[in-house]
Design a protein around this ligand. Structure first.
Ligand code: ATP
Length: 144
């Protein structure tokens, strides 16, 4: 019987959003690679990931040498530097990553990410605001 290959996840950018995605995947028992250009972030997330490494994700050679194409899902959680987020997303799609999830900072960023082939674009504050509005109306407790 062919064994099902374990799903591989990577998170690029370990701010509040990316860090939370990384911790949660790790606590669910998934293999997750944590990547950030900031060495302190890399050290902080070492206990909450399978591998943690320092890399600038806009450098296509470093993503290539990590073997990023072998990851099924890669989350681009770079916020402030929109240019770096866009470039990283482009490199990931060029490398052939099947599912690229990208965090958008604003509507313009969201549009660009959609256009260049991000598979899922999330806009956390906006998405969560919508969700909370629905939860308030239906008198529900937030469901996470
Ligand atoms: P949050 O709101 O989720 O805390 P943020 O939107 O403020 O995050 P940033 O702080 O801009 O996001 O970026 C998150 C992380 O991404 C930072 O830890 C930063 O070091 C990392 N980062 C930024 N650019 C790159 C890059 N080119 N390669 C790797 N990591 C990067």
């Amino acid at each position: 019987r062919k064994q099902k290959q374990k799903r591989q996840f990577a998170v690029i950018g370990l701010g509040r959003f990316g860090g939370s995605v990384c911790r949660e995947l790790h606590s669910m028992g998934h293999e997750v690679m944590a990547i950030d250009m900031n060495r302190e972030k890399v050290e902080e997330y070492r206990p909450f990931s399978t591998h943690a490494m320092q890399a600038d994700s806009t450098d296509e050679r470093s993503l290539h040498s990590i073997g990023i194409r072998n990851f099924e899902h890669v989350v681009v959680a770079i916020g402030d530097n929109i240019q770096a987020s866009i470039l990283t997303t482009l490199v990931l799609k060029d490398e052939g990553v099947p599912h690229v999830w990208a965090k958008a900072q604003n509507h313009y960023h969201q549009k660009v990410l959609d256009k260049i082939g991000a598979d899922v674009v999330v806009h956390p504050e906006f998405d969560m605001g919508k969700r909370i509005a629905h939860n308030i109306v239906s008198d529900k407790v937030i469901d996470f």
